[in-house]
Design a protein around this ligand. Sequence first.
Ligand code: GLP
Length: 263
Amino acid sequence: MEVIILSDAAQVARVAAAVVAEVAARPNAVLGLATGSSPLGIYRELAAAVERGALDLSTTRGFALDEYVGIPEEHPQSYASVIRGEVIEPLGMDPALVRVPDGRARDIEAACDEYEAAIRAAGGIDLQILGVGANGHIGFNEPTSSFASRTRIKTLAPRTREDNARFFDSVEEVPTHCLTQGLGTIMESRCALLVAQGEAKADAVAAVVEGPVTSVVPGSILQHHRRATIVVDEAAASGLRLADYYRWTYAHKPEWQRVPPLV
Ligand code: GLP
């Protein structure tokens, strides 16, 4: 696990976007796309690079991490809508190449199996973008999610519904269920890139990076990921015991290992 601590959210967005761009620029690249507020800075940086002609994502494939169950696709907070408005359109991606789990499917289990098959058919996910919930969830894999889990229906934890109420008019309007790529699905991505900003995420980041690997903190499974990069600002890093070591390591990273900034 590589932990990169940066001064503020703007730096997190810049460095994380450069990591995404390096992978996304490869032919037939497949991205795993997170929603939530954490990756928005990444998407803004990528959109700016596309706008100035430094990046072309028109043939990049994408698979969203998760989706609510029980709200129509046209709802502004459905992840289908969010991915369209925050990712597909600003990044110039081809809507036909970007999938979101179908939270409206009549046969939810079949839809989840088909989603897994589509990821496999695309050759697997090259880079999975992740945020982290205050309770340590990644995607919508709530505490005690199986480490072997695949795309499936989950019940949202009360804390997650409260956290996400800011996107709705009230907590009652937040759906109770969701579809999410499983922890097993996420662990098969070739690279995982988790971003977090702000003090509210400090405990979750510390538990994910330095705590015991436990399904009570689903993101802690990333300690077993073959290539996980955690990019956080100082506030989100404030609970890390080895913060000085991570800073020193990043400062002394060999030049050839550094991802070039997006210009
Ligand atoms: C949400 C999403 C996750 C996201 C997390 C944190 O509910 N399903 O993919 O990473 O919770 O959200 P935010 O980035 O808004 O803090």
